[in-house]
Design a protein around this ligand. Structure first.
Ligand code: 5AD
Ligand code: SF4
Length: 447
């Protein structure tokens, strides 16, 4: 019997947004031909990649604390005669590569988001001499061209990056600096990747981009791309995130009413309900503009689930501004949302603005906003109880004989049923709801 070369163990920890989840999968794809197999335990791994996020302060601090743990694991492995290479990737790597190398000497390589395709070469170099650092440029097209065309698929849903970067320069945000300007992947490359995914059993794709609805890689923008993807055999559900209100054009709104595969869910961040704050944030829209936009979207697709991002405590935010945010939330009625305390990001215009808001005030506002958003999420989930909804069965459930899937509105649904149903879209009668999920039972279709 011949023995194949032992697999090298690769541990990737992903922080932050879904684009990082996609990037991590692609890093694994790039490294697989070199003999690296993904493991879910860092202890003993040959290569550890931290795919980092720089969007808020805590995200960065978590990376440094993780690196402290990894340093000890690296030492233990060395004591046992092995090696562990530590790579810091993602937006923290891009923003403060040198600082990372200085603060944590156990790090072998720092690599920004546009240079993942060079990982094999860079890792080979770190094997020879540690301390190599790559300052990534913003040639996103080069990266995508160099990534393997084949993807390793593990489920029936997948992320697919179609756009990167941002030109909007909201005054609180680091993304335009860490991810560069807006760039769209050509539609034929996206379609080819979607076909590959569908052939491997993927039934739902989520198109990703920091400003995904600014996509301009084909005629008709994102709406044109969605219409082309809807024709890909086997691909039954399409979602996209994250969108900017300024790029929500008529064609995309119309697609929500016309393209059956486009799911009735839209993450459309507003950040604040106060025009004064929106102006200071450089958002390029008012609260009224956003509300009218939601109205038009709901006219096209009345059952659409709206989701949002909010920042509380942006510099200069007064009680009256925060009240305006609450009032916008009440007017829209969200299915689910994310809210954050403003976090001062070095180098962004807002970090130098007067009127930084006290932590305690931010805490109170966040609590009030979250309470309202949670009530709305519970109400939204409750509103589908009693209905029969098509659910994409994605995985086995926590208990034996249980399976889990997603409703068209992105709610997790728990159902009793066999694992053999994974990958099917089946009618489910929704029987109960909590703030976070639904419970239902399979409706047996007449033969
Ligand atoms: N502070 C707090 N939240 C932020 N976000 C982006 N930058 C900051 C910051 N400096 C939030 C925004 C954005 C989401 C991805 O993260 O709400 O939509
Ligand atoms: Fe950041 Fe604003 Fe761009 Fe979103 S639109 S990535 S919040 S700068």
């Amino acid at each position: 019997m011949t023995q194949s070369a032992p697999e090298k163990r690769l541990y990737i920890k992903t922080y932050g947004c879904q684009m990082n989840v996609y990037d991590s999968e692609r890093m694994a794809d790039v490294l697989r031909p070199l003999g690296y197999a993904v493991t879910d335990e860092p202890e003993g791994a040959d290569l550890v990649v931290l795919n980092t996020c720089h969007i808020r302060e805590k995200a960065t601090e978590k990376v440094y604390s993780e690196l402290g743990q990894l340093k000890l694991m690296k030492r233990r492995k060395a004591d046992a005669g092995g090696t562990m290479n530590i790579v810091v990737a993602g937006c923290v790597a891009q923003a403060e590569g040198e600082e990372i190398m200085r603060r944590q000497p156990a790090v072998d390589l720092v690599v920004g988001p546009q240079a993942y395709h060079q990982l094999p070469e860079l890792i080979a170099r770190t094997h020879r001499a540690t301390g190599e650092r790559l300052s990534a440029d913003f040639a996103a097209d080069e990266k995508f061209d160099a990534l393997p065309t084949e993807r390793h698929v593990t489920g029936v849903t997948a992320f697919l990056t179609v756009q990167e970067g941002c030109d909007k320069f909201c005054t609180f945000c680091v993304v335009p600096y860490t991810r560069g300007g807006e760039w769209s992947r050509p539609a034929d490359a996206v379609i080819a990747e979607a076909r590959d995914l569908a052939a491997k059993g993927v039934r739902e794709v989520t198109l990703l981009g920091q400003n995904v609805n600014a996509y301009d890689g084909c005629d008709g923008g994102l709406a044109g791309l969605v219409r082309q993807l809807a024709k890909v055999e086997g691909l039954d559900r399409i979602r996209y995130t994250t969108s900017h209100p300024r790029d929500m054009d008529e064609a995309l709104i119309a697609a929500h009413g016309e393209v059956e595969a486009l799911m009735p869910y839209l993450h459309l961040p507003v950040q604040s309900g106060s025009d004064r704050i929106l102006k200071a944030m450089n958002r390029g829209h008012t609260a009224e503009h956003y509300l009218r936009l939601v109205e038009r979207i709901r006219a096209a697709r009345p059952d659409i689930a709206m989701s949002c991002d909010f920042i509380v405590g942006f510099p200069g935010e007064r009680d009256s501004d925060f009240e305006a945010t609450l009032s916008l939330v009440r007017e829209v009625g969200y299915a689910g949302s994310f809210s954050f305390k403003y976090s001062r990001r070095p180098g962004t215009p807002a970090s130098a603005m007067p009127g930084q808001v006290a932590e305690q005030v931010m805490d109170e506002r966040l609590q009030r906003l979250n309470a309202l958003l949670q009530d709305q999420a519970a109400a939204f989930n409750q509103s589908v109880v009693g209905r029969v909804a098509p659910v994409l069965i994605e995985k086995t459930g926590r208990h034996d004989g249980q399976i889990g899937g997603r409703s068209p509105w992105l709610q997790p649904v728990h159902i009793d049923g066999p694992a053999s149903l994974i990958g099917q879209i089946l009618p489910v009668r929704i029987e109960a709801a909590t703030r976070n999920s639904l419970t239902g039972s399979l409706v047996l279709e007449p033969a």
